[in-house]
Design a protein around this ligand. Structure first.
Ligand code: G3I
Length: 432
């Protein structure tokens, strides 16, 4: 009997029930990945790495694999920051999207100065050297990025590649890429191609032509950067479906949606549902983890707030993926904010405000991590417990756990600075 209970509890811990409480786990249960764009410079921030490792099972280096990062001068390659992300992801068994080989932006000046024949060899050399460096490690490469103009012309965008090599540069890039790493999926990636319009029609026609002529292409990336001027299109799913019908995978590659609250959550839900409804939609990548590190942070477009709290959009995505809907809180969420409220010669007071999300909550848990020199001398309005280092305090309510939707409470503490006046790191809020 004891043996039976032990086996059952192991199953309960490692089976689908626990997997489905994270974005990556829930996506995996649907045969898909859920990724995030990652910046190497943030990996040392512990809540950043913890959120990445817990929630995501795929990464895209946000800038570290771009031409200006890896080949700043001709045929001299520097892979340090990109390798850091790849190493981290591999250590956690995550898929890696390579971004991006041929793009008009973040292109070093020496490339645009080349004549046509030098540019052709530089492009092919770049693709070959970068892909070979990561051979066998990359799930899919954005071989060519953003080669079409906005607007209703469906024309190619002017770039050194387009202007000097002509329309054939995309085909040449894909053929070179296939030879460099035959196991990586090769994608074309663009924005404002998320619904049916002149630009997406032009990409569609290119992919159709490539498939008809046997030019190697495996996938199309839909960046999906949305805001009120550029909302999720009504025909988003149909658009993904028509590309899939050409015989390529489709991926949502740079998802972010400006806004907040339930409106933002509804849009994220629609995008997630659209991907799940298209069998060849193999995964979703959000373009960053907490709002504060977004390329457009003021639009708060991501799934985690500045303190790594799960936003309503997070719960909507998790629920749409068939996960537990809330990370274990039964629809309940909370967020936190921090302020230093007082300072003396040797110490300061910190205050953490806990805010309930769209539903009432009956409990909350927040971690506070102080620097190695610092120590917490006293706390109030909360019930603390400590890890063995004495630097990580887990705070739970002390009679202030019941909060109506949107209501707040706060707890406080005094930090002995010992020369380090840095603010503590406040972890995400978990509601119950
Ligand atoms: O690293 C330098 C730093 O040394 C310097 O001090 C600082 C001063 O400006 O700039 C830093 O580089 C910035 C880089 O991000 C890294 O933070 C660049 O200026 C900045 O232009 C660059 O922005 C990136 C942008 O692409 C460039 O076009 C964003 O982080 C990145 O999110 C964004 O991602 C693109 C995708 O690759 C393609 N699709 C659109 C998407 C959003 O624009």
């Amino acid at each position: 009997m004891v043996g039976f209970l032990t086996a059952a509890s192991v199953l309960a811990l490692s089976g689908p029930a626990s997997a489905a409480s994270t974005l990556g786990g829930a996506a995996a249960a649907k045969g898909r990945y859920f990724g995030a764009a990652v910046a190497a410079g943030h990996l040392g921030e512990s809540p950043y790495a913890a959120t990445l490792d817990t929630e995501f099972n795929a990464v895209t280096p946000e800038n570290e694999m771009k031409w200006d990062a890896v080949e700043r001068s001709r045929n001299s390659f520097t892979f340090g920051s990109a390798d850091q992300i790849v190493g981290h992801a591999q250590g956690k068994g995550m898929k890696i999207r390579g971004h991006t080989l041929v793009w008009h932006s973040q292109l070093p000046g020496w490339v645009s100065g080349l004549n046509a024949s030098d540019l052709r060899s530089a492009m092919n050399n770049h693709i070959t050297k970068v892909m070979q460096h990561y051979q066998g490690k990359i799930y899919a490469w954005d071989v060519v990025n953003e080669a079409f103009q906005d607007g209703n012309s469906g024309a190619r965008r002017s770039s050194p590649f387009q202007d000097k090599l002509g329309d054939g540069f995309i085909e040449e890039a894909f053929r070179t890429a296939r030879a460099a790493d035959p196991n990586a999926k090769l994608c074309y990636n663009d924005y404002n191609t998320d619904g049916q319009n002149a630009k997406s029609n032009a990409v569609y026609n290119m992919v159709k032509d490539f498939k008809a002529r046997g030019v190697p292409i495996d996938c199309v990336g839909f960046q999906s950067h949305f805001n009120s001027q550029s909302p999720v299109p009504g025909d988003y799913q149909q658009n993904l479906q028509r590309f899939a019908a050409l015989g390529v995978d489709v991926q949502i590659t740079e998802l972010d949606i400006e806004g907040s609250g339930s409106a933002q959550a509804d849009n994220y839900r629609r995008v997630t549902q659209a991907c799940l409804a298209v069998s060849r939609c193999t995964g979703i990548t959000v373009w960053g983890i907490p709002d504060k590190y977004s390329w457009r942070a003021s639009g708060t477009p991501l799934l985690f707030d500045d303190n790594y709290g799960k936003k309503p959009a997070y719960s909507a995505v998790l629920a749409a993926l068939g996960g537990s809907g809330d990370g274990g809180g039964g629809g309940r969420t909370c967020t936190v904010s921090y302020a230093e409220t007082q300072r003396w010669g040797d110490r300061f007071n910190g205050q953490v405000t806990v805010r309930a999300g769209n539903s009432a909550i009956s409990g909350w848990t927040v971690t506070v991590t102080v620097r190695s020199a610092q120590s917490v001398s006293t706390t109030w309005n909360g019930s603390p417990s400590w890890d063995s280092s004495g630097k990580v305090m887990t705070m739970r309510p002390n009679g202030n756990g019941n909060l109506g939707a949107g209501a707040t409470t706060s707890f406080g503490f005094t930090v002995m600075a010992n020369g380090d006046w840095s603010a503590p790191t406040i972890g995400s809020c978990t509601a119950s």
